[in-house]
Design a protein around this ligand. Structure first.
Ligand SMILES: Nc1ncnc2c1ncn2[C@@H]1O[C@H](COP(=O)(O)OP(=O)(O)OP(=O)(O)O)[C@@H](O)[C@H]1O
Ligand SMILES: [Mg+2]
Length: 362
């Protein structure tokens, strides 16, 4: 699917580490290299939307104005994933006829089910990624993954989705028809009438009518899930796809990275790079060197300011040292050339200017 050199980057990491801002900054960087880039986000906090100066990112790609930062052929698009709409689009695509499609949309069980499935955001991100990748419209696709406690959850999304379908009542009802084809399906329709009658007595007619209608209309769609889960997996295994792990230097970061790295290897996915965000950046001066600098500063800005600056530096020094140690341990784990650091900026990164500043570190 990515023969034309289309690159896919999946930006993963724990909650709040900076995935959304990193995705957008990385997108900007790629656009400034002349590429046509799209950033897919499903961040419910809509932070990327604010960062890009858009009131509301829609489910269709929106072009971002980067003309103040860059003049050239590259383009940056962003899209907010609306999980319910993604699901509706799937129905649109896979329903066997317009009539079947309309029946699904107006079905109360579908409405309930689609909301339930929409809750599996990670899976929907995969579905949307698949759709956009297949369109071959962009040179670079960057997927910002949903907030979650553990980055590994994202990798398990297709499997989780399949488990949910396999273990649900829907699957039990549909399974024989899927394997028997059309004639089997007719059998089910007839067979279910008996079951439905029993259920009717308990649950009321409308519910069961809705259920049987939905089962009939929904079979094409569910049959497609398994195939697509496999195709998404192939897409992620492609040599032009890579994972970007965003992290901070927090206490459990190294363990998380190790687990994530191992999971990627097990699944034959590639770890492109590790981005260490909000790093206390600075030089580590020896006491002797600091003394020299202090003297120099006193001459330049006066004793009072020089003393404050040196005191401040001494407070930050342990943090800088601690971050360096952590970064070194990341480098030892995944190799030095894969690790990039982004400093902790003063204030939020909340506009294209901020993203540009961040992109310079990438
Ligand atoms: N290097 C940085 N310096 C200062 N602020 C930063 C930096 N990186 C990110 N931020 C800020 O931290 C906040 C969280 O960032 P972001 O929304 O990108 O995290 P996230 O990993 O996407 O969160 P979630 O898991 O909730 O989706 C934002 O307000 C962002 O502006
Ligand atoms: Mg986010």
């Amino acid at each position: 699917m990515t023969e034309c050199g289309q690159h896919i980057y999946l930006v993963c990491g724990s909650g709040g580490v900076g995935k959304t801002t990193t995705s957008a900054s990385f997108g900007l960087k790629q656009a400034m290299a002349g590429k046509k880039v799209i950033v897919l986000t499903i961040d419910p906090a809509r932070r990327l939307a604010t960062a890009l100066g858009l009131e509301k990112l829609s489910d269709t790609p929106k072009k971002i104005d980067i003309s103040k930062q860059y003049k050239g052929p590259g383009e940056l698009y962003a899209m907010m994933l609306d999980t319910k709409r993604t699901f509706d689009r799937l129905v649109d695509k896979y329903a066997s006829s317009t009539e079947a499609r309309n029946r699904i949309f107006h079905n109360s069980i579908y409405q309930h089910l689609s909301k339930m499935l929409a809750g599996t955001q990670e899976y929907m991100a995969m579905e949307r990624l698949y759709e956009v990748a297949k369109s071959q419209e962009y040179d670079v696709l960057i997927v910002d993954t949903p907030p979650m406690q553990n980055a590994i959850e994202f990798l398990r999304a297709p499997v989780k989705m399949m488990d949910m379908i396999n273990n649900s009542m829907l699957h039990l009802l549909l399974k024989p028809t899927m394997s028997l084809g059309k004639s089997g399906f007719r059998l089910l329709e007839r067979g279910s009438e008996q079951v439905l009658k029993i259920f009717d007595r308990i649950t009321g007619f409308a519910f069961m009518q809705d259920l049987s209608e939905m089962l009939i209309a929904f079979k094409d769609l569910l049959a497609g899930f398994e195939t697509r889960a496999g195709e998404v997996d192939d897409l992620l295994k492609n040599k032009t796809s890579e994972f970007i792990f965003v992290t901070t230097t927090s206490e459990h970061a190294w363990d998380e990275l190790r687990k994530f790295y191992n999971q990627l290897k097990e699944r034959d996915y590639k770890l492109g790079r590790v981005i260490v965000n909000r790093v206390y950046d600075g030089d580590v001066f020896s006491p002797a060197k600091l003394k020299v600098l202090h003297t120099k500063l006193k001459k330049e800005v006066g004793a009072h300011t020089a003393n404050s600056l040196v005191d401040n530096y001494k407070k930050f020094l342990p943090l800088i040292k601690e971050d360096r140690k952590q970064i070194k341990s990341f480098e030892e784990l995944v190799s030095k050339d894969k690790v990039t650091t982004i400093p902790l900026f003063y204030g939020d990164v909340c506009d294209v200017k901020g993203l540009y500043k961040m992109s310079c570190a990438l």
